[in-house]
Design a protein. Structure first.
Length: 167
């Protein structure tokens, strides 16, 4: 009976530790569509529809459209988005991608055109226009676009080496 009790105690301790570790891990949380950066403390900065950067707090104005959340700098911007969401939000999505590319937080994408076309730098040095058929890999929450199956094999073998090569 003692052995069973000790085993149960150990299981409870391990389970409790796992809960504590996962509670501190915010990487699984869903961010709003227009969050452009998150600092080491987990504070988010979003790009408002008007172009201003917004420090996200509990009181930051939000707009939800088709299950997607957008942070806005003011109730006035929220009213504008509410009035013209079908034109403002697609344009905002492109601006957010461009800002993330500028900040280096969009994988290996370094440019986004006004129409949303992405350009990425492969580890071999090749620039590539990203489309639906472009080879891609996910690593640490980022998408990396790859020019060929040969470069994909390099990525698969050592993602960090690939990523370091495109920085």
């Amino acid at each position: 009976m003692k052995r069973f009790t000790l085993f149960n105690t150990l299981v409870l301790i391990i389970f409790s530790l796992a809960l504590v570790v996962s509670a501190g891990d915010k990487s699984h949380e869903h961010h709003a569509e227009n969050v452009i950066k998150v600092d080491d403390m987990g504070h988010e900065t979003a790009l408002c529809a008007c172009g201003k950067e917004v420090s996200v707090t509990e009181s930051t104005s939000k707009y939800v459209n088709e299950g997607k959340t957008y942070y806005l700098c003011s109730d006035e911007c929220k009213a504008q988005v509410n009035k013209s969401a079908s034109t403002i939000l697609p344009a905002l999505d492109i601006k957010v991608m461009a800002k993330k590319a500028e900040l280096g937080t969009l994988g290996n994408v370094y440019a986004v055109s006004e129409t949303g076309e992405k350009t990425a730098k492969c580890a071999c040095g090749m620039d590539l226009k990203v489309n639906d058929s472009t080879v891609k890999r996910e690593y640490n929450g980022q998408t990396y676009y790859i020019c060929s199956d040969k470069c994909a094999a390099v990525f698969d073998k050592d993602p960090k080496k690939f990523i370091d090569a495109v920085k």
